[in-house]
Design a protein around this ligand. Structure first.
Ligand code: CMC
Length: 382
């Protein structure tokens, strides 16, 4: 048995992938060879989905029919809407509601009987999931507010349509583009915990609904997708404390608190996605309230320089600026992680498709540390 235990699988190579690559020292992220900066500035989330799933950027015609297929599949079954209403009434957390919604989508999947090895069918199912997640999430939010859901708007792209379904009002171009960029930035990121979870499930040839539901579950934790919400909560805590942000951070770090939105298993420098979101946060701040942007940049500078975190390779990750961006877009704080899931679903589907093409069951080992040769005593004698 191999004896080199790698806790947290740190540094362990388990698969080959052509979807995305991270250079953690250079702070570079690419999807299928294209820099995240070029994709964020020049494409839409739909284009990125096509790129991740098909391996190349679509032509204009390909994009048109792909986006139309996604748009046509946005509606969710009434039973799913009813479930969202009940879960909202039960005060369920949005990530758990989303997990339930995706699990339920499968009941109305027209190709449920497809051969698990039919990857074209898996891709169509993945497209349906990706198309429906925004609708279920927006409905859940509307029910929480005591409002009826808003039907999807067929003429709006996936990002703009989600903002529309949240409020019933078409978003401004700036808001729609900013949100679209945020979705692009979160779509894929190598073998992160949720993607790996989806792949493990996919490697058993379980269906894509199971894989995406598993991805959502893994993403919900505060060490992964939950950090974007934590960042905004910390910013609000600082604001409400009436302390100078630097005094608050000093006190928090003295108490040994980790600052959410800082640190990453793979990056040793600032996450390139954080840089792009910082620009967006700044732009939104210039035309609105600059408070949140100001607090984040002040904290970043202080932690990076004066507290020496930059030297230790602990720098802002994608979540550090996404919180203030979403806040300025008017998105409720506990929807930040579900939005991450909404985007990352594209990556999970892409990785499962890629892995199943040349599938091998994922089944690692653990080193047994329990007792050996215990003498068995029947229950009535214990
Ligand atoms: N604030 C202060 N110190 C930190 C932080 C932080 N946010 N993150 C890591 N460190 C320190 C940590 O105390 C440790 O120091 P030492 O070696 O002196 O004990 C060192 O950095 C290594 O930490 P680790 O926990 O062993 O590193 P990891 O690779 O296991 O953890 C992480 C990565 C993301 C879990 C961690 O940085 C963290 O908890 N960050 C805060 C939560 C967060 O922002 N998560 C979002 C991650 S990015 C989005 C995503 O991929 O989902």
């Amino acid at each position: 048995m191999a004896d080199d235990l790698k806790k947290g699988l740190e540094g362990v190579l388990v698969a080959e992938s052509g979807l995305s690559s991270i250079d953690g020292d250079a702070g570079r992220l690419i999807y299928r060879g294209y820099s995240i900066e070029d994709l964020a500035r020049g494409t839409s989330y739909e284009e990125v989905l096509y790129l991740l799933w098909h391996g190349e950027l679509p032509t204009a015609d390909e994009l048109e029919s792909f986006a139309a297929a996604l748009s046509e599949e946005r509606e969710v079954h009434d039973d799913v809407l009813d479930a969202m209403e009940r879960l909202a009434a039960a005060d369920e957390r949005p990530m758990a509601a989303l997990r339930t919604a995706v699990s339920m989508f499968s009941a109305y999947e027209p190709e449920n009987d497809a051969d698990p090895e039919d990857l074209e069918a898996t891709m169509r199912k993945g497209r349906r999931i990706t198309a429906k997640i925004p609708t279920a999430l927006a409905a859940f939010e509307r029910y929480r507010l005591g409002e009826e859901p808003v039907d999807p708007h067929p003429d709006l792209g996936l990002a703009a349509n989600f903002l529309y379904m949240l409020t019933g009002e078409e978003p401004s171009d700036v808001h729609a583009e900013t949100f679209d960029q945020a979705l692009i930035l979160h779509a894929d990121h190598g073998l992160n915990a949720s993607t790996f979870t989806s792949m493990v499930i996919g490697s058993t040839m379980a269906d894509i609904y199971s894989a995406v539901t598993g991805g959502i579950s893994a993403l919900s934790g505060p060490l992964h997708g939950g950090a974007n919400q934590d960042v905004m909560e910390v910013l609000m805590e600082i604001d409400e404390s009436n302390l100078d942000p630097l005094d608050w951070v000093e006190q928090a770090t003295d108490e040994g608190r980790r600052i959410p939105g800082f640190g990453h298993r793979v990056y040793n420098v600032k996450d390139p996605r954080a840089k792009i979101l910082q620009e967006r946060s700044k732009e939104l701040a210039e035309s609105g309230n600059s408070k949140w942007y100001d607090i984040t940049t002040t904290i970043e500078e202080y932690l990076s320089q004066e507290k020496g975190l930059a030297e230790k390779g602990i720098a802002p990750n994608v979540d550090f600026y996404s919180g203030s961006v979403y806040y300025q877009l008017g998105i409720p704080i506990d929807m930040y992680t579900p939005i991450f899931a909404m985007s990352r679903a594209g990556g999970w589907v892409g990785h499962v498709l890629e892995y199943q093409e040349d599938n091998r069951l994922i089944r690692p080992l653990s080193r047994y540390t329990g007792p050996e040769d215990q003498e068995f005593v029947p229950v009535e004698e214990r």
